[in-house]
Write a new protein. Structure first.
Lengths: 93, 618
């Protein structure tokens, strides 16, 4: 599925830690079947809010990401398949 | 006789499913394997208020009925009534994490569609409250059309209510149809989110505990330091705490063997029981304390949620050689013993990642190699000091460890490029909330491990040691003959000798290699026995043995012997556990072959280089 190009979108692996973003599209074709299945299991879907929380100590890989109410760890390569649109920062108490 | 009603406990990973299962069934659990796959089957019994028994089965955690791992495939097949070795469940208990409803409800919706009598256990309501989340179980029950019971399994809260609900469910006549409606995953996920937000009464955003802890434990600098510290403490404990119980077991084995020796007349039977069965099984169960302490830590790390963090921290490094972060703990455990290490690989989802980890685990220097290393190093390496605090003996020991690790990494790299090419590369894991596991659950876990280990010691290891004993004792030597030459083992040793002579091994070593298949440290006692048989007037003590080795072996031979043991898969338990974990003889045979080949090459290279350097004389 090709989402229309939006100037502000970026891929999830380039999103800075602590920046919340909304998933606009996922390139399922870039993932193999089990990987795609697992990402769906984690709740990755268009419109879902995600936020990178931590980066691995070596090569900043893998990435810990909050999806909905869950925190999951995926490799940078897989995060690259997820296109996101950053949300304007909102203060959290 | 009607079989007992079968109730399956299902749920997503990290929903607290096993804790709930333990709370319902207590310690009386049976752990088996589903036929044809390496997925454990946990079953237990629940007694209802009126005394009727119910069989409970704890299904592997799954995110949906569309499997992404062998565990999930078993869960699906059991639920659809097509898993070999399992009846179709009569009813279901679905465990949900109250603070992660939007995700867990997807699987619950799929399960409810199956049409079986179903109860929802809304678990970990305490953690949800801690996160500022207030839920309405009645509303949830209304939306889903099945009863919802609030539980806190780790604190055993809501368990009575859940039992009563199971009772009601089984008492009610069931006239539904068991079917599999295949709804679209994305559709289910969206529906799950709607229901979840409908069930939320109020949500106060609070800084979560897990988040604060992760800020420290997953910190790019502090995180790895803490991981190293935890590992250090774990290994200190494995060796320090186990010393006393290992000595007790050793004493107990010696006592039993002395008692049997006194009770039976000398002869073949006594020799078989004492030298074969008791000595062989004794040598293996001595490691039980280390294995149990190791499992205590593994279960604790797993139960608290730290294990996944350790995998997260190490993933990039492990990925470099084609493994996943998940392989880190199993490989580390293998430094104590490869058996629990290989058993711990079950947490690795990807089959090829898992197989690679199993195949390289025996290269980690396990504690059974220590007696061999210590003896040879003490006999042949001078106790000189190279620098402050650095002795030559210690350096050699360190070198042996490093060689093992380097060998494992190289082997993983080669395996992933060769026979185990492709697939994998995946590291996708949920980071669960931190929590303190109930001690009882940890103990149940340790007990089941101990059972598995002892069962193996009682069957396959017992069998093998008796065979080895028979080979070494038959035929009995006549007067003027040496048992070590006459016996079948002696002849086999002569056969082995022709193969290992080029790498510097003599007949004594060849003979010791045979019983050392049971466990590596048996090589030490075997060599001692050979020398004591061959010169009966000498008493073979540890220091004596060192002197004898110095006279009989060249330094080149000794170094080759050390190099051999870095690689040689001389451990029946490891081979047996590999067979069990890979479901067949193909991979254990492959493992044994490639490790022996490496051992031969390493010992050979060491010997030839040492001889060239002029170390070939005694």
């Amino acid at each position: 599925m090709n989402a229309p190009f939006q100037p502000d979108t970026t891929s999830l692996d380039r999103l800075a830690v602590g920046t919340r973003a909304r998933v606009c599209s996922i390139d399922w074709a870039a993932l193999d079947e089990a990987e795609a299945c697992r990402l769906r299991h984690f709740g990755f879907d268009e419109g879902v809010t995600v936020e990178p929380l931590h980066l691995g100590p070596f090569g900043r890989d893998p990435i810990a990401i909050r999806v909905g109410r869950m925190t999951v760890a995926i490799r940078r390569r897989h995060a690259g398949a997820v296109q996101v649109l950053p949300i304007q920062a909102q203060p959290i108490r | 006789m009607n079989p007992l009603p079968l109730v399956a406990v299902a749920g997503s990973p990290n929903a607290g499913k096993s804790a709930l299962f333990n709370a319902l069934t207590g310690a009386r659990q049976k752990v088996g394997n589903y036929p044809g796959v390496t997925v454990e089957r946990h079953s237990g019994r629940l007694t209802l208020a009126d005394g009727r028994p119910v069989e409970m089965v704890d299904l592997p955690g799954a995110y949906s009925l569309d499997p992404a791992s062998p565990d999930e495939a078993v869960t699906r097949d059991v639920l659809l009534g097509r898993q070999k070795g399992e009846r179709t469940p009569d009813a279901l208990v679905i465990v949900l994490d109250a603070s992660n409803l939007d995700n867990h409800l997807r699987f619950a919706l799929q399960l409810i569609e199956l049409g079986l009598p179903t109860i929802i256990a809304l678990n970990m309501v305490d953690l949800a409250k801690r996160d500022g989340l207030e839920l309405d179980p009645k509303r949830l029950s209304g939306e889903l059309g099945v009863p919802v019971i609030e539980t806190v399994a780790v604190r055993r809260r809501g368990i009575k209510e859940l039992q009563a609900a199971i009772d009601d469910m089984l008492s009610a006549p069931f006239c539904g149809v068991h079917k599999h409606v295949k709804s679209d995953l994305v559709h289910l996920q969206r529906r799950a989110r709607e229901i979840a937000s409908a069930a939320v009464v109020s949500e106060t955003p609070v800084r979560r505990w897990t988040h604060r802890l992760d800020a420290v434990l997953l910190h790019p600098v502090i995180g790895p330091v803490i991981l190293a510290l935890i590992m250090f403490v774990m290994f200190q404990a494995v060796f320090a705490w186990s010393a006393a119980p290992m000595a007790w077991i050793g004493d107990a084995v010696a006592w039993v063997s002395a008692a049997v020796s006194n009770a039976l007349p000398p002869g073949l039977l006594r020799s078989m029981i004492v030298d074969g069965a008791i000595a062989g099984v004794g040598a293996v169960i001595t490691f039980l304390p280390q294995i149990l302490i190791l499992f205590f830590f593994i279960l604790l790390l797993e139960g608290t949620g730290y294990m996944v963090r350790a995998a997260f921290l190490m993933d990039r490094l492990m990925h470099g050689v084609g493994l996943s972060g998940r392989a880190f703990i199993p490989l580390l455990s293998s430094f104590a013993c490869a058996v629990p290490g290989i058993m711990a690989t079950r947490t690795i989802d990807d089959p090829k990642d898992r197989l690679t980890t199993i195949l390289v685990a025996p290269l980690m220097t396990c504690s059974a190699r220590l007696p061999v290393y210590t003896l040879i190093i003490a006999a042949f390496i001078p106790d000189t000091r190279l620098a402050w605090g650095v002795g030559l003996q210690g350096l050699v020991m360190f070198g042996l460890y490093i060689t093992g690790i380097a060998g494992a990494l190289l082997a993983a790299l080669v395996l992933r490029r060769g026979v185990l090419k492709g697939g994998g590369g995946g590291f996708m894991m949920e980071l669960p909330k931190y929590q303190w596991p109930p001690l009882k659950d940890v103990l149940i876990g340790i007990l089941t491990r101990a059972q598995i280990f002892l069962k193996r010691a009682g069957t396959i290891i017992l069998g093998t040691t008796i065979i080895l004993w028979a080979l070494a004792s038959i035929p009995q030597a006549g007067p003027g003959q040496k048992q070590s030459q006459v016996s079948i083992a002696g002849h086999i040793a002569s056969g082995i000798e022709t193969v290992v002579k080029p790498i510097g091994f003599n007949h004594d070593i060849s003979l010791a290699l045979l019983p050392a298949m049971a466990a590596r440290e048996v090589a030490v006692s075997a060599i001692a026995t050979v020398y004591s048989i061959d010169s009966p007037d000498e008493k073979a003590g540890a220091t004596k043995l060192q002197d004898q080795l110095q006279h009989r072996w060249s330094l080149a031979t000794a170094l080759a012997f050390l190099a051999w043991f870095v690689f040689a898969p001389q451990c029946i338990s490891t081979i047996a556990v590999t067979r069990r974990e890979t479901n067949g003889w193909k991979w254990p045979l492959f493992m044994v072959t490639y490790l022996f080949a490496l051992a031969y090459l390493a010992a050979g290279a060491t010997y030839w280089i040492a001889v060239a350097a002029g170390l070939g004389g005694t």
